[in-house]
Design a protein around this ligand. Structure first.
Ligand SMILES: [Zn+2]
Ligand SMILES: [Zn+2]
Length: 234
């Protein structure tokens, strides 16, 4: 059964399985919440959740392999509802005083919850700290321009985006780059296909790769530039 359903304008909804968690969630300011009782949702309840078009987080207080959690998780997946579980019991295992802390005391604050959901790409993010406002690629702390699309820091449409988890196939290449316009030098650790096209310092497209080699994790940026005087040319 789905009880005490609350929804606002968020991109997610949290399902909990105890009234203690429900009450704690309310106290923490959750506005997109429902309490699950029993081992199954009715078909009408599953339909209702599907119609909301939200990401569903099952935030349960239960041991691993709990039949209630497993069953409901399967029901949602079968209905193609995007969902995941956050098993408080497994979080509690990491605490030395696990058995003495009530599950509700371990509940994410609203900010932690939303950061978690955005970081794993479950809900869209608008966090543009060190992101390009146009293409949403990462920007180095010192970069004034996006290396991938040339947009200046702080410019762009800043549309909500889903965080992408990049799967990396090795081996990466360390490529030394030089901007022909402003002289900026930097090392790019890349895989084929994600090479920069613009200078992160001045936004010029007039950049070139000076040399490239296998990525060596023990080297710092400055090591590359001290190795030889390649950069002294032209
Ligand atoms: Zn960009
Ligand atoms: Zn430049």
């Amino acid at each position: 059964m789905l009880e005490k359903l609350l929804t606002s304008e968020k991109a997610y909804i949290v399902l909990v399985n105890t009234t203690a968690l429900y009450d704690k969630a309310i106290e923490l300011g959750y506005q997109d919440l429902a309490l699950v009782t029993g081992n199954r949702l009715s078909p009408a309840e599953v339909e209702k959740l599907a119609a909301l078009q939200r990401f569903v987080l099952l935030y349960f207080d239960c041991p691993e392999g709990n039949p209630q959690l497993d069953q409901i998780h399967r029901q949602l997946k079968d209905a193609d509802i995007k969902c995941d579980t956050n098993n408080l019991a497994s979080l509690l295992d990491f605490s030395l005083r696990a058995d003495t802390i009530p599950a509700s005391e371990k509940m994410f604050t609203l900010e932690e919850l939303e950061n978690y959901l955005a970081n794993v790409g479950y809900i869209p993010s608008t966090d543009y700290t060190n992101r390009c406002g146009n293409c949403q690629e990462y920007m180095g702390k010192e970069d004034k321009y996006c290396k991938y699309c040339g947009t200046a820091r702080g410019k762009g449409a800043f549309k909500p985006y889903y965080n992408q988890i990049h799967v990396v196939y090795g081996p990466p290449i360390s490529a030394r780059h030089k901007c022909k316009k402003c002289g900026h030098l930097w090392v790019e650790n890349t895989l084929g296909g994600d090479e920069p096209s613009y200078c992160p310092n001045c936004g010029s497209k007039n950049i070139r790769v000076v040399s490239s080699e296998r990525f060596d994790r023990s080297r710092s940026q400055s090591d590359y530039f001290e190795m030889d005087d390649l950069f002294e040319e032209d």
